[in-house]
Design a protein around this ligand. Structure first.
Ligand code: MG
Length: 381
């Protein structure tokens, strides 16, 4: 159990519980149980072979969705402990937040969304929720992982209004424009800190971006100056690690101080005060928020749209589109289990339900599985 939890944090007394009632755990908190169920899921293990930015086979040292999720959890836990939020809950959300990602990162998700245009679209956030609510089948008593409302709320970061209306209680906050728990707000920002910094690190390692180009961003320039003033002769690789380490430390430090001050100012008495507040309370001061935006812009212009990354993403889109068009034309091209559920869904609820089973199957693939599946469909390619 979290010690000294702030009264506006999520605890067992203000949790909205699980969809299927279960006896409370004996030696763990409810949120530790959520975390453990996420770690034991098949979707979590598959994150090891899913792209963050660089396709998995390009090198062993780049981040994958698994190592990304671990970094998010580590950052979120540090902040949660410092400001007395529920560390177990923020960890569970962090580890689960990317479970619904397709192979090939955002390129894969965009391609699948295009393919699903006539069948309700594809949103990776919503897919993460589908994974924990129904696609993981490991327990005899219920479908999915039966996670607590609060972990599910944290997983569903964004959602279109149309989908929010279909989700009932969980979607209601998007309609009412309410906030999620502080633990969910925190996991969201820990995600941003993690990916901006590790994409800088991976981008520099790959040689696709240069440290000198990044010096237009004051946060990077400040950290480099600080490293150079303390260590006169360091090799370039260590210098990069020190800069990235310093940036994460500075962002985390600012997030703690700024969030604490905002919480103190509002003086929330309960979790409901947090939910009803006009905006999120977990956040950066303006200079650090701008530093994050500048990093994101830089990475967008120089890394994500780099010709080498783009040619990889184009290929990824072709693979996803090819798989979708074959499976949607003939469910029988998928393994029996998926083919049978697509046919049943189609017969009972129509073509969109059949397409959803195809999308679930493709979204669950790892990068290498998708490439192999595509090669198998089109011999000689
Ligand atoms: Mg993420």
């Amino acid at each position: 159990m979290t010690i000294n939890l702030a009264r506006y944090g999520v605890g067992p007394e203000n949790s909205r519980g699980r969809r299927y009632a279960e006896p409370p755990p004996t030696h763990r908190s409810e949120f530790q149980r959520d975390r453990d169920r996420v770690i034991h899921s098949g979707a979590f293990r598959r994150l090891e072979y899913k792209t963050q930015v660089f396709v998995n086979h390009e090198g062993d040292l780049y981040r994958t969705r698994l190592t990304h999720s671990l970094e998010v959890a580590q950052i979120a836990r540090t902040v949660a402990r410092a400001i007395r939020l529920n560390e177990d809950l923020t960890e569970a959300i962090s580890l689960a937040h990317d479970l619904g990602h397709t192979p090939f990162g955002h390129a894969g998700q965009d391609a699948l969304n295009d393919c699903m245009r006539d069948y309700g679209g594809f949103e990776h956030n919503l897919q993460s929720l589908r994974v924990v609510d129904s696609l993981e089948q490991r327990y005899a008593a219920f479908p999915g992982l039966n996670l607590t409302y609060e972990t599910r709320e944290g997983i569903l970061k964004h959602c279109s209004l149309a989908n929010a209306r279909r989700l009932g209680q969980l979607g209601q906050r998007f309609i009412d424009r309410q906030q999620p728990s502080l633990e969910a707000q925190l996991a969201n920002l820990a995600d941003e800190i993690a990916y901006n910094n590790h994409d800088v690190d991976d981008g520099l390692r790959s040689g696709l971006i240069e440290l000198d180009d990044l010096l237009t961003i004051p946060l990077v320039a400040d950290q480099l100056a600080s490293v150079r003033s303390r260590y006169s002769a360091t090799n370039a690789r260590v210098e990069i690690h020190e800069v990235v380490r310093g940036m994460i430390g500075a962002l985390v430090g600012d997030l703690i101080i700024t969030s604490e001050a905002r919480i103190e100012e509002l003086a929330p008495q309960s979790l409901d005060d947090i939910r009803r507040h006009a905006g999120p309370l977990i956040g950066f001061s303006e200079p650090f928020a701008e530093a994050q935006r500048a990093l994101k812009r830089f990475l967008g212009d120089h890394l994500y749209r780099h010709p080498k990354v783009k040619s990889m993403t184009e290929r990824a889109k072709e693979i996803v589109a090819a798989l979708f068009s074959v499976y949607i034309g003939d469910y029988g091209r998928m393994p029996t289990e998926h083919a049978d559920s697509a046919r049943a869904a189609h017969d009972e609820q129509g073509p969109a339900a059949g397409a959803r089973v195809v999308a679930d199957y493709i979204a669950g693939m790892t990068d290498r599985f998708a490439m192999q599946a595509c090669d198998d469909l089109q011999p000689g390619r």
